[in-house]
Design a protein around this ligand. Structure first.
Ligand SMILES: NC(=O)c1ccc[n+]([C@@H]2O[C@H](COP(=O)([O-])OP(=O)(O)OC[C@H]3O[C@@H](n4cnc5c(N)ncnc54)[C@H](O)[C@@H]3O)[C@@H](O)[C@H]2O)c1
Length: 244
């Protein structure tokens, strides 16, 4: 999704908890075609830490005195039954998957209000797991954290949608809910035997998992004026898994 935005001319700031950008990020950065006016920058930040999130978003927005959009995508997975999971693991999951998304959306909105960016767009990454329990995959906290994100989008959309008297506001907030994507998170689930690839493929009407590239256009759609009348909604792209 970040690549799609850069190709459309955006300056994209990737924020992650790792101290340094990974190789995939560096490769993507090197490959940015000079014909595009956009580019990539990396920032380290723990999305569950309010002070860090506020400071990094303030710094990013100050560079060009604006912030037009955000995709809040940090998330973690934990496969354990509801009977066995301990309070620490429940809180750790929610701190990233719910509180982290909340803090990033709020920090982005504060910068949009500060610089009076009308038409700012916020995309929260939820999951099809926020609307269904994945058959046989035991992740009660992950799934309910994603349901909370979908409900959060509706409430933030309601709070920030109107243009205010001072010219600020007009911010749209939507969710993107993917199905199974072959990312390091899912590769880890498959490697540990927590999920069966065959079963996940069978659960999709298309009979396969998806790749990150298949969400590129959706990210561009949600962050651009192409979706200018869409807010408070949940765009589900899951190969039909939740449709039967
Ligand atoms: N892979 C899938 O099948 C799938 C399906 C639906 C939704 N999602 C969602 O998509 C998003 C991306 O998932 P992914 O599959 O690319 O997983 P991933 O593990 O490959 O990437 C998640 C990223 O979040 C970062 N992160 C974790 N905790 C953080 C924190 N506290 N602060 C900042 N960064 C943090 C990690 O370092 C990692 O780079 C997640 O929200 C996930 O729940 C994934």
């Amino acid at each position: 999704m970040a690549k799609g935005l850069v190709e459309a001319g955006a300056m994209v700031h990737c924020v992650d908890i790792s101290p340094h950008a990974d190789q995939a990020f560096e490769r993507a950065k090197e490959r940015v075609d000079p014909q595009y006016s956009g580019g990539f920058e990396y920032h380290r930040c723990d999305v569950s830490n309010d002070a860090e999130v506020s400071s990094v978003f303030r710094e990013i927005a100050a560079k060009k005195q604006r912030l037009d959009g955000i995709i809040a995508a940090a998330g973690i997975q934990h496969v354990q039954s509801a009977l066995d999971i301990c309070t620490e693991d429940i809180n750790r999951m929610l701190a990233t998957n719910y509180t982290g998304v909340f803090l990033c959306a709020r920090a982005a909105a504060r910068e949009m209000f500060r610089y009076k960016i009308q038409g700012g767009s916020i995309c929260l990454i939820a999951s099809m797991s926020g609307i269904i329990a994945n058959r046989g995959f035991i992740a009660p906290v992950y799934n309910s954290s994603k349901a909370a994100v979908i409900q959060l989008a509706r409430n933030l959309a309601m709070e920030w949608g109107r243009v205010r008297a001072d010219g600020s506001g007009g911010i749209r907030v939507n969710c993107l809910s993917p199905g199974h994507i072959l990312t390091p998170m899912v590769e880890e689930n498959l490697r540990k035997g927590e999920a069966s690839r065959k079963e996940w493929e069978n659960n999709s009407m298309l009979g396969r998992l998806s790749t990150p590239e298949e969400y590129k256009a959706a990210g561009l759609f949600l962050l651009s004026r192409a979706s200018s009348f869409m807010t408070g909604q949940n765009l589900i792209i899951d190969g039909g898994t939740s449709a039967w």
